[in-house]
Design a protein around this ligand. Structure first.
Ligand code: SF4
Length: 230
């Protein structure tokens, strides 16, 4: 498996754990607010292969608790189960970020006990899902199936939405809440701009709007938090 990026240590990507973060290339979606757009269109050169990564990880025993795998969309990679199995055999925990579009891969990973924590993006209400993913249309059944699998998996999980003033309004959070009704944990993450974001002129919603999102989704989810603001 080709690895497109490696953050050697993070306290943020794997809740409660010191981890490194592995970035894999390729994605189903083309979110206009993506921070890693250079990874998703196949134009970025890989940084290293598995063997180089495992040589790095070998030296991190005692320093890291786990490995967070992100992208791009990691579940596009057929080698993901073997990769995570090897990480776990080396004594590290695993965390997966996903867009939720590959429930079959999630079923394989959960069935094999290969993931300790999963974070799934829920991009927007059903009506706006495709546009928020940068697509003309989308079949939401894989997304709904992934939500169910995650909630029934018995492992730690979170759902989360990166919120953008130009894409999200309070009414969308009833739609999002309906999709994840009964979930334990949900995070609202205000968009942050970066040079790598492909489309300019996107903004984080203001505090009042964020509070409205939080209040709307609280009717459906056990714990709702806004992450990443002071
Ligand atoms: S799903 Fe994630 S990696 Fe893929 S385009 Fe959207 S933000 Fe980027």
């Amino acid at each position: 498996m080709k690895i497109h990026g490696l953050q050697k240590m993070t306290l943020l990507d794997f809740p409660g754990h010191v981890a490194c973060t592995v970035f894999l290339g390729g994605c189903d979606f083309r979110c206009p607010f993506c921070h890693n757009y250079e990874l998703i269109d196949g134009s970025a050169e890989p940084l290293m292969d598995d063997e180089e990564f495992f040589a790095f990880l070998e030296k991190r025993g005692g320093l890291l608790d786990g490995v967070a795998v992100t992208g791009g969309e990691p579940c596009l990679h057929p080698g993901l189960p073997d990769f995570l199995a090897r990480v776990r055999e080396m004594g590290f925990m695993t965390k997966l970020d996903t867009d939720g579009f590959h429930p079959d891969m999630l079923r394989t990973l959960f069935g094999g006990g290969l993931v300790d924590y999963v974070a799934m993006d829920v991009k927007n209400s059903p009506e706006k899902y495709a546009a928020t993913c940068g697509l003309e249309k989308i079949d939401l059944s894989p997304i709904r199936e992934s939500i169910s699998l995650i909630m029934e998996s018995g492992i730690g999980y979170e759902f989360r939405t990166t919120v953008i003033d130009e894409f999200h309004e309070v009414a969308d959070f009833d739609g999002i809440g309906e999709m994840i009704r009964g979930a334990g944990k949900y995070f609202i993450q205000p968009f942050t701009d970066r040079d790598s974001v492909p489309f300019g002129n996107l903004h984080a919603p203001g505090r009042e709007k964020l509070a409205g999102f939080e209040a709307a989704v609280k009717k459906y989810v056990g714990s709702v938090s806004i992450r990443g603001i002071d």
